[in-house]
Write a protein that binds this ligand. Sequence first.
Ligand code: G3H
Ligand code: 13P
Ligand code: ZN
Length: 315
Amino acid sequence: GLVNTREMFAKAMKGHYAIPAYNFNNMEQLQAIIQACVETESPVILQVSKGAREYANQTLLRYLAQGAVEYAKEISGGKGIPICLHLDHGPDFETCKSCIDMGFSSVMIDGSHLPYEENVAETRKVVEYAHKFDVTVEGELGVLAGVEDDVKAEHHTYTQPEEVEDFVKRTGVDSLAIAIGTSHGAYKFKPGDDPKIRLDILAEIEKRIPGFPIVLHGSSSVPQDLVKIINENGGKLKDAIGIGEDQLRAASKSAVCKINIDSDGRLAMTAAIRKVFNEKPAEFDPRKYLGPARTALKELYKRKNVEVLGSAGHA
Ligand code: G3H
Ligand code: 13P
Ligand code: ZN
């Protein structure tokens, strides 16, 4: 069945790689993720966001993920891969509870926008409930710039290393998402910015909580070849810039055990679909454009597992 993150993170910590956390909203994305992870023999965290629950229905996504466990076995000759179903950016206790009750194996309670003591209290409440069902919990300290669900922040509020030990101890979380300069979406830096994340803050955090699993959100790299294909086929993405893969590779080798990627997958699918629409305007069978989009997504995620996260071969 679906597994929680505990063993995944313990192995990733020891092996100096990171588990891919890929968002999905539909069958094609799920198939691409599972195919990519089976073919690279990687464990995987399937993430469901608030937007995904609204778009696709939480029940349907939960059973799609359950189906993915069987699907992975089928296409791997019976072996399968470790698959975790995780709530991404859980906004409150009730949402986390609803996912736990429905069979998610991991949840995030994102109290990062709350005052510190309220974040501790809300996170602690989710942990107490989740652990009764062996569901693991991700908390967050620090605020990423950009739009995180409905909350918009102008600037990064970097995680304060002085707070992490107290937070982890008092909440009992299994992993901690931090803000070190990554952000959600395709516009992480402006042209002329130094597109660097604060690996020095990460190192400082690691010193305070050695061996504790760290999570990086907003870790898309916005591959420029994909942006180019989109723009050459009628798209209008101006100055889309992501996190350099070299920086993510470095982070994967540290205590960062989970790296969240969604936007890059969106770009890969959009590039493939725009190309079909542009080159074959007579096509009107959704399989003829969703199929290539699925293949493009799979190839992208295979490459991430092998070249960036280092999770390939660790299923
Ligand atoms: O946290 C951001 C993820 O990319 C999910 O985005 O809320 O549009 O599904 P979403
Ligand atoms: P990106 O927008 O960089 O892909 O981040 C995804 C994410 O953090 C999901 O929680
Ligand atoms: Zn996120």
